[in-house]
Write a protein that binds this ligand. Sequence first.
Ligand code: L34
Length: 306
Amino acid sequence: MKRHFKMPAQIINGKKISEEIKQEVKKQAEALYKETGVVPGLAFVLVGDNPASKVYVTMKGKACEELGFYSITLKLPTETTEEELIEKIQNLNSDPKIHGILVQLPLPSHINEQKILQAIDPIKDVDGFHPVNVGKLVIGLDTYLPCTPAGIQELLKRSGINPSGKHVVVVGRSNIVGKPIANILLQKKEWANATVTICHTGTKDISYFTKQADILIVAMGKPELIKGDMIKPGAVVIDVGVNRVDDPTSEKGYKLVGDVHFESAYEVAGAITPVPGGVGPMTIAMLMKNTLQAAMNQVLTKQFSN
Ligand code: L34
């Protein structure tokens, strides 16, 4: 019988890497404070009571505390109108202590998400969701990169996995992950320059594409849809999904699983991100990085406008 020896997949530790980044950002923020007296400030806007959103905003607020950033959270009821929300955002736009504004998504269905995102001053748009910043990304200009995709690129970089010349297959075409990660990795830049394919709900045979991926990035919000037999041996698998599935044996009544079936993928992949502890914490670390950048940008505009 022919025996196959396979090295176990490398598990990419997003939690650990995110801690390193936060420590770096903390040092840079201290330096900014020494030079200018400015403390980076971030405002969270949370509308309604989506339980996952509450958890994420709480975690982001804690990261601000850890790094010595100023932060405020506006908690608004589900019934909040578009007009009310836009007014709150305008107040934050003109608040000099606030350098970054984050409206946690999803918003209740009666609110037009685009209208709200477009009310944020692009210089305070630390999510990189304003059309001006999306456009800058697509053209290849410097801008705030959306936090989850930026975190994915940083994870690859810090794991020594260079996408240049590789076939990256992205599953999912959301504005938060799929589209921006595809745009980031296809740039003619360092730690990018990949051949990028995007699959989505309209794709006829997803596994035909996923099997060709050197780097497979899955962000579709479907628990454990990608199985080991859909992955090329040795591929790098980045699992962006954070799905709550019922689990009566756990204290919370649910457990978190990714969009990738970890056990079978682990057998095939060369490297893989876990859920939890993979991409999720990186999202928060990159938010801190963008907020520091926003504070620095706003210090500069002030200096030059005097
Ligand atoms: N505006 N809305 C805006 N910006 C974002 O960047 C987000 N996103 C997504 C949802 N809505 C948003 C997030 O912050 C998803 N997301 C996010 C952030 C953090 C984590 C997951 C998703 C995370 O830290 N996850 C942990 C587990 C957390 C838990 O216990 O539930 C992990 O280890 O994956």
